[in-house]
Design a protein around this ligand. Structure first.
Ligand code: F6P
Length: 505
């Protein structure tokens, strides 16, 4: 976005009436700021936005040719310019015109479904442990919890952390003879994953299990997985044109396929495909990912609010904030534009959150009366997810009340008991928590992140910022194994020496 537009929008924002005043003046506000699509009702009417700013954002989206960019993405054009790669996670949903990649994606899914079915129908399997981290963990992990009521296969557990406690906890109560291990890693080199995979292999070998019959790999580096010992027919592949954090619809979804079966996973993909189509077809003013992305952009860049709280009023969607942290921050937490020049404004917001109503009894005090304004994204479902309809009504009542209180505030009681109000929030309500609707929701977030990146001018599809820490960790691990601090890591040198000394005692 050029500086003039940004300056103009910021000045529109500072002259804006409060949310309550805008509601009072405009009876149609809830209509033009609400979108209903793909089973999602999105109410953006309690955002800090008026008609002129809304129109200015739509103009920016049109100038960017968001629909055209999605079409280029779906066609397999190089959208990840810094790594010169296509961005084709949509191929797994049958979306797009990149015929060769769509065919490959469908063939890869077919192999994954078939292996998942073998495992589901194998009486000698009680449990599956997925070993993976980041995009190779967060999406499937969140989905297995979100689709809990559809799980009818073996137990599925997840190990991501290099902390040995994570693996220890995952194998608790499991029999290595009756467990399948899935090593999920795009690169098949990630330190945490490979270490945990070695532990799992040793766990099986110690129990006399032929581990190769019990291991599956999902990876974009088949040769590396085979060299590690994965049996060729148990190695599920995808390609570099699927980014880790966008990989949940690829074979990285394998643990979910085992948990819920092919039919439910296909439903999930259908829900994603519906949102893929909506993203290119819907007019901008009713385009869910375009508007959602523009509003997140508005809060970060125009209103300059540095964080956003994602608060699912859905126990089963409890992992959504963790999933979105990677999707949003790894994608758009950048300091340079795609061209390499420094960005002149904020990029990714800090994403955080926790399921409601628990969050109300933890951090909502700060949201209502603290000095920092935090936009809140509430997410819930119309249909209850448990067996207590009254409890669900109370859950929804709490969510609506929080959104009202944040925006309306309350004045005139006392300085301690007053609420400033004018605090923005959105409410996204899914018809129900089915595979299809969760698919639409996740595809909406994937596309929203791309829209935010385009508005910010950054490349959402690379993640060079994770590299330095990984490189230094290898050197630091060497220091620890050798018992001598590296002189090159000068700033942590005293700390490393202290640790090595403690370890020696
Ligand atoms: O550290 C970041 C990252 O590269 C993510 O982008 C990725 O999802 C994660 O690590 C795991 O990588 P892999 O699937 O290659 O093990």
């Amino acid at each position: 976005m050029n500086t003039d537009s940004l300056t103009h929008m910021r000045s529109q924002a500072t002259q804006m009436a409060t949310i309550a005043e805008m509601f009072a003046k405009d009876a149609s506000r809830a209509d033009w700021l609400t979108v209903d699509s793909c089973g999602i009702h999105a109410d953006f009417s309690r955002q800090r936005i008026n008609r002129p700013l809304f129109d200015a954002l739509l103009k920016e989206l049109a100038l960017l040719d968001v629909a055209g960019k999605f079409a280029r993405m779906y066609a397999g054009d190089v959208m990840n310019v810094t790594e010169e790669r296509a961005v084709l996670h949509v191929a797994f949903r049958g979306t797009g015109t990149a015929e060769k990649e769509c065919e490959l994606a469908q063939a890869q899914l077919h192999s994954a479904f078939s292996l998942a079915q073998d495992i589901r129908s194998d009486d000698s399997v009680d449990a599956v442990i997925n070993i993976g981290i980041g995009g190779s963990d967060l999406g499937p992990h969140m989905l297995v919890k979100a689709l809990r009521r559809f799980c009818n296969g073996p137990i599925v557990r997840f190990v991501s952390n290099i902390d040995p406690a994570d693996f220890d906890e995952a194998i608790e109560g499991l029999d290595p003879q009756r467990t399948v291990v899935v090593v999920s890693s795009k690169t098949f080199t990630t330190l945490e994953t490979m270490h945990n995979a070695e532990r799992a292999r040793a766990w099986m070998q110690d129990a006399g299990v032929n581990w190769q019959d019990r291991f599956v790999a999902t990876t974009a580096h088949r040769d590396t997985a085979l060299a590690w010992g994965i049996a060729p027919h148990r190695c599920l592949e995808f390609y570099d044109w699927v980014g880790g954090r966008f990989s949940v619809s690829s074979v990285i979804g394998f643990p979910v396929m085992v948990a819920v079966g092919e039919e439910a996973f296909q439903e999930f993909l259908h829900g994603m495909a519906e949102m893929d189509a909506h993203a290119v077809q819907a007019p901008l003013e009713k385009n869910l990912p375009a508007l959602h992305g523009a509003l997140w952009f508005m809060n970060s860049v125009i209103h300059q609010l540095p964080t956003v709280a994602v608060v699912p009023y859905s126990h089963d969607l409890g992992q959504l904030p963790a999933f979105l942290q990677q999707l949003v921050m790894e994608s758009n937490g950048k300091g340079v534009e795609s061209s390499g020049t420094a960005v002149a404004h904020a990029t990714s917001p800090v994403v955080w959150g926790e399921a409601g109503t628990n969050g109300q009894h933890a951090f909502f005090q700060m949201l209502h009366q603290g000095t920092q304004v935090v936009p809140v994204e509430f997410v819930s479902t119309v249909v209850p997810m448990g067996h207590d309809a009254l409890a669900h009504d109370l859950l929804i009542a709490n969510m609506f009340a929080q959104s009202e209180a944040l925006a309306a505030g309350r004045k005139g009681v006392s300085s301690h008991r007053d609420f400033p109000g004018n605090r923005p929030s959105s409410v996204l309500m899914l018809d129900e928590l089915t595979p299809r609707r969760v698919g639409s929701l996740l595809a909406m977030y994937e596309h929203s992140v791309a829209v935010q990146g385009w508005l910010m001018g950054v490349n959402s599809f690379d993640q060079f910022g994770v590299e330095l820490g990984k490189e230094l960790a290898i050197d630091a691990a060497h220091s620890i194994s050798q018992g001598a601090a590296l002189t090159s890591q000068t700033l942590t040198h005293p700390l490393m020496n202290w640790f090595l000394e403690k370890k020696r005692r």
